[in-house]
Structure formats: C-alpha cells, structure tokens
Design a protein around this ligand. Structure first.
Ligand SMILES: *Cc1c(COP(=O)(O)O)cnc(C)c1O
Length: 405
C-alpha cells in the first residue's frame, strides 16, 4: 500500500511518542485496540501517523456513512458550528425540526425524539412501550420480549434487554421486565407472548453484534402480525441497520413490516453522536411534556450533519448500496477459505475457516480496515465507497482469507 508524508505538528508529536503507553496510562482500558493510530482521511481512505494508506471497510462501526472528512457533511457542520453550536431544548432550533421532518417524510413515521447514542435511542423506545401500556392498561403490563443473541446497548437497561449471557455478569442487579426468545422460532415467540404482562417486542432485523444474522422474513412478519393483533408494540432497533446501511432507508423495509417505534443512531449523523427514536400514529403522543428529555439531544451541529446524510439517501443511491453489497457477496461466496456470507446491502458478515482476529490483523498490515462480529469478519464500509476502492479492498481481503485458510 502507498504512503504519504504527513507533517502536521500533531502527527510529528505522535511519531515521537509511545502512544500505546499514553493510552494505557490515562484512558480506561475498556478496549482491546489494534496497534494503529489514524490521523486523517478522505472518503474511504484513511492514513496512520506514518502516512500509510488504508481502505476503510468499517466506517468506525458503521458510523461514517459518507466516509472520512466528507465535504458535503463537513461544510454543513462547519456552517452550523459558526452560527449556533447549542441551545437547550427549551427553545426551538431549525436543524432539529428539519431533520425530524425529513426522517418522518422518508419513513411515514410521525414524530422523532433525539438523543446521543444507540443505547439512549433504545432506552427511549423501552420507556415509550412501558408508558403506552401503563397509560392504556395500567398495572404490570410492562414486560418486553427480546431475542436471544441480540444486542441493544451498554446501559444497565439496554444490557438487560440484550439477549447474550456474557453481558449479564458483574453489573447486576439488572432492570426487570425482559424475556428472551430464540430468533426464527415463531412457536416459541407465541408461547412467551401469551404472557398477559407483555407490552412490546424489540428486534434487530439483522443481528449485528450477534454476528450479522438476518432474521427470517416469516418470523419477522409473524411477530409483526401477532403484535398488531394483540396491541403489543413492535420496536425495531435500527441502530446499526438504519440510514441506508442495508440498501433501504431502514432495515425493516426489507421485511415489509411497519414498526410502532424505530430506534437508530450509528450512521445517522455520519460521525457525530446522535440517536433518534421514531414513533408512528399509535405511539407519537405517548411521551408528553416532561416525560423524557436529553440535554444534548438533537443539538444543531449533529442535526445539521444528519440532514446531509438523510438528504443523500435517495432511492437511486440506496439501489447502489444494494448493488455494491451484491458485488461483495459475488466475490466472496465460494471463495477459498470462505464458509458463508450473510447480511444485506453494505452490512456483511463473512464466516471464514480462519479466525477473524488473524484476518483483521493481516488486512491491516496490507492496508485494509475490516471489523469482526462474533465468529465473522464484518464489513460496514462507507455507503458511498467508490467501486474501484471497494474492488481493490475486497481483492486484498479475499487473498488474505485464502492465505490463512
Ligand atoms: C451499536 C448498537 C447499539 C448501541 O449503540 P451505542 O451508540 O453504542 O449506544 C444498540 N443496538 C444495536 C443494534 C447496535 O448495533
């Protein structure tokens, strides 16, 4: 891979220091990091402190939806920074309203609550479900069904909602009121849903952290129909699958369902922290004045960035995302060392004969950034990655997988 000269004062400083030690000493040691410090980039190309070039197939973790330092986004954000950085939610701000309108127009949903992360967007969905039920039925109809192998966030309540035992240690007591059922088993779902205390069901249409596992259409539609018939709210966690990632505006559109509440975050503001929870006709008035809030939620800078994302997710653009995803599938399915390829659009999981960790390390060496999810290599490239860069990076990945097979 090629390299460039980067001589900013900061990069000069990074080169002369042991940044791994600095991080270890002062940053909480919650991440197992790869041994590289990224300093700049453009589109789907990023550079480390030595100017080594990488093609990015991770976009953070599905965050930088239009790449690193994307001009359209950067200009909108900079203009907003220079005119109004923040006022409290006690007042109106234009970017927040504009973004909410665009999200509703794109989805048919009716209202939006803004927060700062995926976990918060899910907390809001959970609070909405419980209040909807409490307003209408009172009593203890407050249990939410979630799926085994799901991931919904790191707060105590969203961990409680997460259907993976590894997350249910050390931090107890956990929030009550979640029950788990296996993905793609409708009979098991009907059995737990009979419980009169159930008020909602929360699903990811493709389990992301769980290993890029798309749900089966029959299962999703079965849940949606049962929920509608029994006034159980259908909450869809689109934190990872949302905002164009799967080749649709939201992942649920691939399954022909109409959720009552949608939560999203990661790619929404393309690199700024922003969560959003969308409500339909049924749920739009549940959270009334004082019922919920967020100091930073919907702040004008993040909203200005997000508007440039939502504006560019046209049908034509989304069709291109789907096409690029298909290209990757065609390249990797049946290739040496590849067991299977799962996912939709540019959210892909590749099960290989080699361990994901060794593949990631080798790819980094060769100038390609990829992620993992459970036992798979995970790809979440920028939605606008140029075809040539995608081809080059997939070529390298394919070779690495074959070499390690
Ligand atoms: C990443 C993720 C979350 C958590 O989002 P944070 O912004 O880290 O709080 C929740 N749900 C899903 C499906 C995710 O992929």
């Amino acid at each position: 891979m090629s390299a460039i000269e980067i001589n900013t004062p900061l990069v000069k400083e990074i080169k002369t220091m042991n940044y791994q030690e600095l991080d270890k000493e002062f940053v909480a040691n919650t991440y197992g990091r790869f041994d590289v410090c990224f300093v700049k980039g453009e589109g789907s190309v990023v550079y480390d402190e030595n100017g080594k070039e990488y093609i990015d197939l991770g976009s953070g973790i599905g965050v930088t939806a239009f790449g690193i330092h994307d001009d359209v986004w950067a200009n909108a954000v900079i203009n907003q920074v220079k005119s109004l950085n923040h006022v409290s939610n006690l007042y109106y701000t234009l970017p927040q309203m504009e973004l909410a309108q665009k999200l509703c127009e794109k989805t048919g949903m009716k209202k939006v609550f803004f927060s700062n992360s995926g976990a918060e967007a899910n907390e809001c969905a959970i609070k909405t479900a419980r209040k909807y039920s409490s307003d209408k039925y009172g009593g203890d109809r407050n249990v939410i069904i979630t799926l085994v192998n799901s991931f919904h966030g790191r707060t105590i309540t969203t961990l409680s909602a997460t259907g993976q035992d590894v997350f249910h240690q050390h931090f107890g007591p956990f929030t009550e009121g979640f029950i788990f059922t296996p993905a793609n088993d409708l009979d098991a779902f009907y059995e737990v849903a009979k419980n009169p205390r159930v008020c909602a069901v929360l699903i990811e249409t493709i389990q992301g952290e769980g290993g890029v596992m798309p749900l089966e259409a029959d299962f999703v539609q079965g849940i949606a129909n049962y929920a509608a018939d029994n006034d159980i709210l259908l909450l869809v966690d689109e934190v990872q699958t949302g905002n164009g990632r799967t080749g649709k505006m939201y992942g649920y559109e691939n399954f022909d369902i109409h959720p009552d509440v949608v939560s999203t975050a990661k790619g929404l503001a393309a690199g700024l922290p922003m969560g959003a929870t969308l409500f339909n006709e049924k749920t739009q008035f549940v959270l009334d004045a004082g019922a919920h809030g967020s100091t930073f939620g919907g702040n004008p800078i993040c909203a200005a960035g997000a508007i440039t994302v939502v504006d560019r997710l046209t049908d034509e653009f989304l069709a291109d995302v789907a096409k690029k995803g298909q290209y990757v599938k065609d390249q990797l399915e049946g290739a040496t060392g590849v067991i299977s390829v799962s996912g939709l659009g540019l959210m892909l999981g590749i099960e290989c004969t080699a361990e994901p960790k060794s593949i990631i390390a080798k790819c980094l060496e060769q100038g390609v950034v990829v992620l993992s999810a459970k036992n798979k290599v995970r790809l979440l490239p920028a939605l606008n990655i140029p075809q040539e860069q995608l081809e080059k990076a997939i070529g390298i990945l394919k070779q690495v997988i074959a070499d390690l097979a």
